[in-house]
Design a protein around this ligand. Structure first.
Ligand code: CP
Ligand code: NVA
Length: 332
């Protein structure tokens, strides 16, 4: 059994396939133990700092509930409520929090910030999303895929459709490559992952047997896929002004019934890390509708509702997988 004690959790490529599989297995085990009311606390008395430089629903709640289930206590530092960034450097903050806390979660901007925290904190640091990577989301997605398809990840084909230059596109590509999946990135050329990310994925694929396709051809990219994934077209930290050009570039890549038809797989399932713009019940959704006339963006409401079971189970699995990361790196 891999020993991840005292390790950081910063990005997928820091882990071997066995280590990643162990985290998935541990997540499943902890999920079942909670369901059967026989969970044992392996983090009793630990203190956890949660730094959020960007907003969150799922990630914050998952860290808090997972820590509570395991006997640990959390302090939440909201996007405006600490000295980090404006009055105190990441390195200094890391050293301060490392004296007070046993583990630190960070959500924010550049990956270099969470890497700096890890360098200076002296305690495990967990990436709760950066511009470049969203590794806790990947564990949740892969656990969900295993649950729904009942197959190992090297027997699964997954197509990510949309803005693939950012955390979700990068992380799906690299985590799927690590685990030997058939992964397709389907996006216009300027929205495809950077060359160094693709190279990393190809190197991992050499070891895992993964198949990697990067294409702007929607029909070829989604053909035969078991899973279609997408994400918002404008991510946290980007300007609202990006919507107009983003819609123009990505509207053909909307996950709708036509796109699902191109898979040729009547059992295809759709996943979304959430939050999603599938209707007009959000402020942003309404504003964009008024400007563009689109009543759904990256995914239609029809497709979203038809896949609500898997999408919300995916969200619920954030908690079990984040718990596994904390238990593995910090637990008794
Ligand atoms: N998927 C995800 O990370 O959700 P939150 O932004 O709500 O944490
Ligand atoms: N790409 C999205 C993911 C949200 C979970 C963002 O960074 O806003």
């Amino acid at each position: 059994m891999p020993d991840l004690h005292k390790r950081h959790f910063l990005k997928e490529a820091d882990f071997t396939r066995d280590e990643w599989a162990y985290l998935l297995d541990l997540s499943a085990e902890l999920k079942q133990a909670k369901r059967e009311r026989r969970e044992q606390q392996r983090m009793a008395g630990r203190n956890i700092a949660l730094i959020f430089e960007k907003t969150s629903t799922r990630t914050r709640c998952s860290f808090e509930v997972a820590a509570h289930d395991q006997g640990a206590h959390c302090t939440y530092l909201d996007p405006a409520g600490s000295q980090l960034g404006h009055k105190e450097s990441v390195a200094d903050t890391a050293q301060v929090l490392g004296k007070i806390y046993d583990g630190i979660e960070y959500r924010g901007f550049g990956q270099e910030r969470v890497e700096t925290l890890a360098r200076y904190a002296g305690v495990p640091v967990w990436n709760g999303l950066t511009n470049e990577w969203h590794p806790t989301q990947m564990l949740a997605d892969q656990l969900t895929i295993r649950e729904y398809l009942g197959r190992d990840l090297d027997q699964v084909s997954i197509a990510y459709v949309g803005d693939a230059r950012y955390n979700m596109g990068n992380s799906i590509l690299v985590s799927s490559a690590l685990m030997g999946s058939d992964v397709r990135i389907v996006a216009p050329e300027e929205f495809q992952p950077a060359a160094d990310v693709v190279l990393q994925a190809r190197q991992l694929a050499d070891g895992s047997g993964a198949q990697i396709t990067i294409t702007d051809d929607i029909a070829a990219g989604v053909k035969g896929a078991d899973i279609i994934c997408t994400d918002v077209w404008v991510s946290m930290g980007e300007s609202k002004d990006a919507w107009v050009s983003r819609i123009a570039a990505l509207r053909d890549y909307q996950v709708n019934s036509g796109l699902l038809g191109l898979t040729g797989n009547k059992f295809v399932k759709v996943m979304h890390c959430l939050p999603a713009y599938h209707d007009l019940d959000t402020t942003v959704g309404r504003e964009v509708y008024e400007a563009s006339g689109m009543d759904a963006l990256e995914i239609t409401d029809e497709v979203f509702q038809a896949n609500a079971d898997i999408i919300f189970d995916e969200a619920g699995n954030r908690m079990h997988t984040i718990k596994a990361v904390m238990v593995a790196t910090l637990g008794d």
